[in-house]
Design a protein around this ligand. Sequence first.
Ligand code: C5P
Length: 410
Amino acid sequence: MNSTHLHFSAFRGRRLHLGVCGSVAAYKVCDLLRGWVRDGISTSATLTDGARQFVTPLSFAALGALPVYGRLDDATEAPADEIFAHLEPGQRAQAMIIAPASADALSRLANGAASDMLSAQALAFSGPLVIAPAMNPRMWAHPAVRANVAILQERGAMLVRPGCGATACGDMGEGRLADLREIHVAALRALAPQDMAGLRVMITLGPTREVWDGVRYWTNPSSGRMGASLAVAAWLRGARVDAVCGPGAPWLPQGICRHDVVSARDMLAAAEAVWDAADMGVFTAAVADFSPVSAGPEKFKKEGAADGFSVRFTANPDILKTLAARRSRGQRIMGFAAETAADLAACVRRKLASKGADMIVGNNVNQQGAGFGAPDNTVLVLDRNGREERWPARSKADIAWDLCTWLLSL
Ligand code: C5P
């Protein structure tokens, strides 16, 4: 799974409680647990009796869940700290996630039941609650289930909607456990500081593709990872994000408004459409500076060009410059500079002035382990107040997190 843009060190030391209910999908959350544990998030877990029919507490303990709580009645003859196990996540975890959440668990939660360990723990928990239901599509469509979900949402629970498709029982429809990436980021969002809440951020990312004939185009190797990391970081921190994505840009959570485009001109049009409402613009896209003059909609045949041929290029609009020239209401702008020149600092300084940005993030794309396509980056950051910092190689996700903090400080 090419998802390094979904893993941030900022969550190291945070604490999550995972509730697992009876569902064929229960085995899938083992992967979620691994992801959170890998990111340094301490995760405890409770498996309902139903869940224990599908997966074992030992699997969760082995993957790093600590503790894995037992049944409510296990506590009757236990030492004092275990007697109060139903209160523990409420005192220690900063968010609770129930995945998969069964119809029965939703009913118990909506009604305030405390008849089993997970329900009692949820009742004694006042932090953010995320529910990711999974069940047969007819059960999911039933008004009783919908009413329970509505009650929980009204009380502030965040819903990760089930996905569509074939369920284990063979029925088709909405009811499958959501894409694990959606559940992963929903938990992160519940844990994240909401310091970008109320802000609308527009981000361009990925390459652009400039079509030449019916089968060929001009582009660059940008993976869109840096921009995707910025989009996810801002969204986790509460921003409303519009991501204008070039071809092949990474997966983004449904909560981010994604606008897929192909060419530089498409990207400008999509960015212009959301720019007026944005508070911040982040321009990470590796926009093609030139487009080949079209050879028409058919495939250009080599028979007519045995000795080679020339292609004429025309300049594309500069999206950052165009939107910076039109900014209002103190809109803040972060630009990027992908350079190959030895003197990165001079290039980045020039770009800060010429582009009309508030800050520029420069990187040398020829450097080993950084730049286009790599999971890590080494950057030089400059802002309009004269602050200048060189950051050593780190994951693009972690750089994105700190760039959001910098942008907020301007
Ligand atoms: O001039 P240069 O391409 O190096 O500038 C890089 C910055 O400008 C990046 O933030 C990039 O997204 C943006 N840019 C743009 N439209 C272009 C070229 C670059 O928005 N046509």
